[in-house]
Design a protein around this ligand. Structure first.
Ligand code: CP
Length: 312
């Protein structure tokens, strides 16, 4: 049997993984999808996972929570600890993590400051899962995004995609590009307002990793028959000038007309969500639109797989 290198380890960056580990997570997710609920309920029996969310979340919080529960484990849940935990009284994150370590077997943390998950990993003697750290990374999101593409096309080699929106601040973008770089011959078209483009450093880094990145300037430049379109929201919370945000937020809108004109028959229409107007609701019922359905649900299966592999 192959060694499970995730066992007992943190997941802070997608860069800790490689192609084989990613594919083994997908294989585990495939198996979990097929397990009858009663059987799955034994996998994390007796385990407790602490969910510490210092930033708001719908999907990442709920899917981790339900992943633990569907595997038979239990959760400690801190949403908004800046207002509801002793952090209000001045407790440091390091102290909070040390205390959570006394009560739980793993910690899933989201925090507005990039690098915080890494600090927690250094502090804790139990596995830490990064559920999004500021503009840094969102590795479990990248895994579910890649799983959704892999499930559809049965490979992640030779994938051609489009990423749109806030490429500078979008942690899902950063992790997804890193994740795709483990696979061969990806070509990714990038479309964003000028000030929200990937930095030169990031462009060079991804080029070095072997992904071909092509910046385009408008929706008419989208090439035909891409495997996926990955829309993202402009990240209001990363702007100090809210007028600037208002000017940029709806620069590129995914509409039915655009899908009809530019999407391929099999193009997956993806978004990590939340959306705030950049995908029109008229697109939701298109069979290629997976952001409210398959993509979100795969988040649960991939996180079940990950927690199983980390905690089994
Ligand atoms: N995709 C994502 O991270 O969504 P939430 O912020 O709702 O968790």
């Amino acid at each position: 049997m192959k060694k499970n290198i995730l066992k007992g380890n943190d997941l802070i960056s997608i860069d800790q993984l490689d192609k084989n580990i990613i594919l083994s997570i997908f294989k585990t997710a495939d198996k979990i999808k097929k397990i009858k609920p009663k059987k799955a309920l034994n996998i994390l029996k007796g385990k407790v996972v602490a969910l510490l969310f210092f930033e708001p979340s719908t999907r990442t919080f709920s899917s981790h929570c339900v992943a633990v529960k569907r595997l038979g484990g239990q959760t400690i849940e801190h949403q908004n600890p800046m207002q509801t935990s002793s952090v209000v009284k001045g407790e440091t994150i390091e102290d909070m993590i040390k205390i959570m370590e006394q009560y739980s077997d793993a910690i899933v943390i989201r925090h507005p400051v990039a690098g915080t998950a890494q600090i927690c990993a250094k502090t804790a003697g139990i596995p830490i899962v990064n559920a999004g750290d500021g503009i840094g990374e969102h590795p479990t999101q990248a895994l579910l995004d890649m799983y959704t593409i892999y499930e559809k096309f049965k490979t992640l080699d030779g994938i051609k995609g489009l990423m749109v929106g806030d490429l500078l601040n979008g942690r899902t973008i950063h992790s997804l590009l890193k994740g795709l770089s483990f696979f061969k011959n990806s070509i990714i078209y990038l479309l964003s307002p000028k000030v929200l483009r990937l930095s030169k450093k990031e462009l060079d880094e991804f080029c070095r990793r072997g992904i071909k990145l092509i910046e385009i300037n408008n929706l008419n430049d989208i090439p035909p028959d891409l495997h996926f379109w990955y829309w993202t929201r402009v990240q209001k919370e990363r702007f100090s000038d809210k007028n600037e945000y208002e000017k940029l937020k709806l620069s590129f809108i995914l509409s039915k007309d655009l899908v009809d004109r530019k999407a391929g028959k099999k193009t997956l229409l993806m978004h990590p969500l939340p959306r705030v107007g950049e995908i029109k609701t008229e697109v939701d019922n298109d069979p290629r639109a997976v952001y409210l359905t398959t993509q979100a649900k795969n988040g649960m299966y991939v996180r079940m797989a990950l927690l199983k592999m980390i905690l089994e």
